[in-house]
Design a protein around this ligand. Structure first.
Ligand code: ADP
Length: 657
């Protein structure tokens, strides 16, 4: 191929040669397809892009026409368009070219007429559109299938040019209703100021991102959206491309969450209020119980005390039997009151455990002493085993431990008629803070069916009503035992079946103790020591209840002590001014002036008796009473009903022998 005509002067020929070289380089490196054809369209030259993109060899190209490069089915149309372009009636031909293998190459073809090698020729340049087409297709797919609402609108008139399926279905429109109209005309935005702000940002910055906006559905309902948009150029024209994410459901969920949150907050407040009320009610109940137990204990004090005195007099056999029945019934009633009081104390959180050093074995013996008499009477064997690895000396609350053991062992004896009761103590766990002991009380008695186990440890629960009739009891023992075991850091449980005996067990945590202190106070089941009667002294009893006065005076006289009685605090103060008493037993609750006020008055007076020892007598047995008495200036404390042994201990402390 030679571009240089022969009849050109030399220097001009050189210039032409340079130009030809430039053109050749240009033609051979350009990505577009370039053809040169004769007026009939026979190909005289094709650049390498043609061979590369359509797959023909140079020989094949030189044997073909430009028309042959088009797919067969558009060749007629191509003839027409090329003709029109030659006549300058059209600028470009949009028809694709065909590859040798049958594929299509999208191009835009332009032609011009020129001369080449001294003859008229057609120059054709086909711009390869495949990359552009691909990008368009990709955009198209993205636009059509996007779950977000997408729209393309004109820059100036703001009218929709195209919208996607999500736009139509979410807002309830058909394409015909939308295309060609603006958002304003469709009244899409219920808050024009929002729309104006979005439009302003879009215009000023060329883009807008995640702008919260409300949109109106065709049916009038409102949707929440996050709106983004930007300016794009497509085929030389500027458009707005906008994308909106429908966050209505999200917003609704959020507000629902907020509502649920508010409801929950409210309910929590209500629950707190209820809990506070329940707590107050429970505190009131505990208080009531404490007070009621005072009301019951005061006359009980009189009943048991007087009856005790009666039993010390000469009685006929019949009278003695009656009095003994009164005594045992009174003691049972007192036990019940103590149970109720224990429970109310535990529930009010007022029962605190002691941490004393004690020896386990004597403590166990003491506890068993209390049930042994019954066991012997019923002909039952009562055994107790302590595993060798259980430490002898412990630190804990021996009184509460004894209470649980006596409860369980007492029940075991009560509900067993043949065989025996075996107690075993083993070491369950030992760690750096102490140890956990496991106590088991096993009997061969009537047993308890499985479905009853759950209720056993509740309050006032007995396996069946006939139990009360046959065996007595209140149904409080196990409830208290459970609470005590838990207070001691342990648990309680039962293994039993009807007719097969029972094993009640509990665990409790103890500290280790190097040396055990002296054995704890003898249990009430042990033989009573005979009362001493060699006290020397003069005692004043301040007590408003006449019967209680009599009981106290009678006890005191039995112990060899002189004693007077007054009915209230004011009388006590007056009596002290005239008589040199060595000790005052002061009831706490009295009319006119109570024991606290009287004590404070005595302590603050300058009289010779202001230092007299004052011992409170009170039926209030709640935690804190002792402290109140000591605070008022009393030295000691004795709980009513007054037991002889307790009175002896008080006198031993405060009177000479
Ligand atoms: P109660 O004062 O009635 O004995 P408890 O709380 O100590 O109260 O016991 C509740 C009930 O559990 C008893 O009434 C009895 O029905 C049952 N129970 C307790 N211990 C035993 C046992 N060792 N054998 C059979 N039944 C028992």
């Amino acid at each position: 191929m030679d571009f240089i005509p022969i009849d050109v002067p030399l220097d001009a020929a050189q210039a032409l040669r340079d130009s030809e070289a430039n053109f050749r380089t240009f033609f051979e490196t350009i990505d577009d397809l370039i053809f040169v054809g004769d007026p009939e369209g026979h190909i005289l030259y094709a650049n390498p892009a043609v061979a590369r993109k359509l797959g023909y060899s140079t020989e094949e190209l030189l044997a073909s026409t430009i028309l042959d490069m088009h797919p067969r089915n558009v060749q007629d149309e191509a003839t027409e368009i090329l003709g029109a372009m030659v006549r300058r009636e059209r600028d470009a031909c949009p028809l694709p070219l065909a590859t040798k293998s049958g594929g299509l190459l999208p191009v835009e073809t332009r032609i011009w007429i020129g001369r080449w090698n001294g003859r008229d020729c057609i120059f054709g340049i086909c711009k390869d559109l495949s990359a552009e087409r691909e990008a368009t297709q990709r955009f198209e797919r993205l636009f059509r299938n996007n779950p977000a609402l997408m729209a393309l609108s004109g820059l100036d008139d703001k009218r929709f040019v195209d919208v996607n399926e999500a736009f139509l279905s979410t807002l309830g429109y058909t394409p015909a209703e939308v295309v060609g109209r603006s958002a304003m005309e469709l009244d899409l935005f219920p808050h024009p100021e929002q729309h104006r702000q979005a439009a302003r940002e879009l215009a000023e910055q060329g883009r807008i991102q995640s702008f919260a906006i409300q949109v109106r559905h065709r049916d009038g309902s409102l949707l929440d959206g996050l709106f983004s948009g930007e300016l794009i150029i497509s085929q030389g024209k500027q458009y707005f491309l906008t994308v909106m994410h429908d966050i209505t459901a999200l917003k609704r969920a959020e507000s629902e969450l907020r509502r649920i949150n508010a409801v929950m907050k409210h309910q929590t407040t209500v629950a707190h209020d209820l809990a506070a009320q329940a707590q107050a009610a429970n505190a009131a109940k505990s208080e009531f119980l404490a007070n009621m137990s005072h009301e019951i204990r005061t006359p009980m004090n009189a009943v048991l005390g007087m009856n005790g005195l009666l039993l010390d007099t000469a009685l006929t056999t019949e009278q003695r039997r009656y009095a003994e029945t009164v005594q045992s019934s009174g003691e049972a009633l007192l036990a019940l009151i103590n149970d109720i009081l224990d429970l109310s104390k535990i529930e009010a959180g007022q029962l605190t455990l002691e941490a004393l050093d004690f020896e386990l074995e004597p403590e166990l013996e003491n506890a068993l002493e209390m049930v042994r008499v019954r066991a012997i009477q019923k002909g039952l064997a009562l055994t107790c085993n302590i595993d060798a690895d259980v430490p002898a000396a412990l630190s804990g609350d021996p009184g509460r431990l004894r209470q649980v053991l006596v409860n369980l062992a007492g029940n075991a004896v009560k509900f067993t008629d043949r065989g025996g009761v075996a107690i075993r103590v083993s070491l369950q766990r030992s760690d750096n803070i102490g140890l956990v002991l496991h106590f088991s009380v096993r009997d061969t008695g009537i047993g308890i069916s499985g479905e009853q186990h759950g209720r056993l440890f509740g309050q006032f629960s007995q396996v069946d009503a006939s139990t009360t009739r046959r065996y007595g009891g209140t149904g409080l023992g196990l409830a208290i035992s459970k609470q005590l075991a838990q207070l001691m850091g342990g648990e309680i449980g039962v293994i039993s079946d009807a007719g097969r005996g029972s094993e009640f067990w509990f665990t409790a945590r103890f500290g280790r103790s190097a040396v055990a202190s002296q054995p704890t106070v003898a249990a009430s089941g042990s033989p009573r020591p005979s009362l001493p009667n060699d006290f020397v002294g003069y005692v004043l009893v301040a007590e408003d209840n006449i019967v209680n006065q009599q009981v106290a005076l009678a006890f005191l006289r039995k112990l060899g002590v002189r004693a007077d009685a007054v009915g209230n605090g004011r009388e006590a103060i007056a009596a002290l001014q005239s008589t040199p008493y060595d000790l005052v037993l002061m009831d706490v609750q009295m009319p006119v002036m109570d024991g606290f006020d009287a004590t404070r008055a005595i302590r603050s007076s300058r009289g010779p008796r202001s230092g007299v020892p004052i011992v409170a007598m009170t039926a209030l047995a709640m935690e804190g009473d002792r402290e109140r008495c000591l605070e008022a200036g009393m030295e000691d404390y004795i709980s009513k009903p007054i037991a002889a042994a307790a009175l002896v201990r008080v006198l031993e402390r405060w009177l000479p022998r």
